[in-house]
Design a protein around this ligand. Structure first.
Ligand code: NAP
Length: 390
């Protein structure tokens, strides 16, 4: 049977990788919807090639191009949710970036679809709502994040009571090994040079601050129902071991492979089946050579601890952490705040907004907005202070 796949965020790094995987398995997958935010030319080129039934430009101001053909063009965030909920879709790949991915995640799950989830921010911001939507729709979430895909593979067939601990691996990013003083003046172009992964700008900066690993700890907590005290992270610069699961008898399983997102993407589409891809690089232990591990340097990379603490505080705190981080990362990329100030901006938002209870999506939206306002103000204060205007 051919699976009908909707790809939200098709113009991004994960979206394009998903299309490459699908190109190699045309007998298995049919692309029925594509969606992007503003890069209309890139989206139009994909539409010309794949001929989906629907194409969505999320940003209403950008609007739809004037294209001939049978594809129905839609615009606006609502249209993303309608595509995600379309009853004729089998799998929704959520490869959007940021908390904007939460409403389509909920829509896909409530409709009972398989959600191949790259957009970890959905789970971080709205974990309890996402799980409730999956239960209500009888839907399954299959992670695309390589670490969580690794954990899923290691857990296969085991009793949850047998799991002692999860250990996520982190590449350490481009500033691994640098001290607090050495990261003070790093520039956005340095932070965008990831040593092992080629990804979108936001996750690349999150990898440099280690916010990405905190988001992944929260993601693992929700996906696998494991308490924060039983989730650890370790720096593994080669990105060959994608995570570990330790069992109560002391046995440890890991999933390995040379770094490529195409493997976890393929697995998210075919799970629990394993499919011969033919093109992915074969693993060779001799070429992998030395695999090394280090502890996280909490002083130089405080975003990790701040994020895990927000996860432990629960309620709206993870949504606040995530939203403030999105604002701080954008400000860093635009040169308005310095690298260590990302943590100052996020810490300030967490202190100001707190961790009220999550009852529904409105609570998350309110916390997200308040965090963006607080983080924008803090970024402006820092920028102005540096320019000597306050
Ligand atoms: N890249 C990786 O290797 C990797 C690995 C693991 C997990 N992830 C996760 O996967 C997600 C996507 O990452 P990425 O690296 O692929 O990001 P990316 O390259 O920046 O692509 C993001 C995609 O989302 C669209 N988009 C951005 N903001 C949007 C909005 N407000 N509404 C609707 N669409 C929006 C973009 O459209 P435009 O092109 O029009 O801007 C683009 O198609 C993130 O959650 C990331 O953490 C990524």
């Amino acid at each position: 049977m051919t699976l009908r796949v909707a790809i939200l965020g098709s113009t991004g790094s994960i979206g394009r990788s998903t299309l490459r995987v699908i190109d190699r398995h045309p007998e298995r997958f049919e692309v029925v919807a594509l969606a992007a935010n503003r890069r209309v030319d890139a989206l139009a080129a994909q539409v010309a090639r794949y001929g989906p039934e629907t194409a969505v430009v999320a940003d209403v101001e950008t609007g739809c191009p004037d294209c001939a053909g049978s594809t129905r063009w839609r615009s606006g965030a609502e249209a993303l949710c309608e595509v995600a909920a379309d009853p004729t879709v089998d799998v929704v790949v959520n490869a959007l970036v940021g908390a904007a991915g939460l409403p389509p995640t909920l829509a896909a799950l409530e409709a009972g679809h398989r959600l191949a989830l790259a957009n970890k921010e959905s789970l971080v911001a709205g974990g309890s709502l996402v799980l409730a939507a999956a239960r209500a729709g009888g839907a399954e979430i299959v992670p695309i994040d390589s670490e969580h895909s690794a954990i899923l593979q290691c857990l296969e067939g085991s009793d949850e009571k047998a799991v002692q601990r999860i250990v996520l691996t982190a590449s350490g990013g481009p500033f691994r090994g640098r001290s607090v003083d050495e990261v003070r003046s790093v520039r956005p172009e340095d932070a965008l040079q990831h040593p092992t992964w080629d990804m979108g700008a936001k996750i690349t900066i999150d990898s440099a601050t280690l916010a990405n690993k905190a988001l992944e700890v929260i993601e693992a907590h929700w996906l696998y129902g494991i308490g924060y005290e039983r989730i650890d992270a370790v720096v593994h610069p080669q990105s060959v071991i994608h995570s570990f699961v330790e069992f109560v008898d002391g046995s440890v399983l890991a999933q390995l492979g040379f770094p490529t997102m195409e493997l976890p993407i393929l697995y998210s589409l075919t799970y629990p089946e394993r499919v011969d891809d033919g093109e992915l690089r074969t693993f060779d232990p001799v070429q992998a050579a030395n695999l090394t591990f280090e502890s996280i340097d909490h002083e130089a990379f405080p975003m990790f601890g701040l994020g895990v603490e927000a996860g432990r505080r629960s309620g709206c705190a993870p949504a606040v952490y995530n939203a403030a981080n999105e604002v701080a990362v954008a400000a860093f990329l635009e040169g308005r705040v310095r690298f260590p100030e990302i943590a100052d901006v996020v810490g300030n938002a967490l202190d100001r907004i707190g961790a009220s209870t999550v009852r529904d999506l409105d609570d998350i939206i309110a916390a997200d907005r308040a965090a963006r306002t607080a983080a924008t103000e803090a970024s402006e204060r820092l920028g102005n202070a540096r320019m000597g205007t306050t």
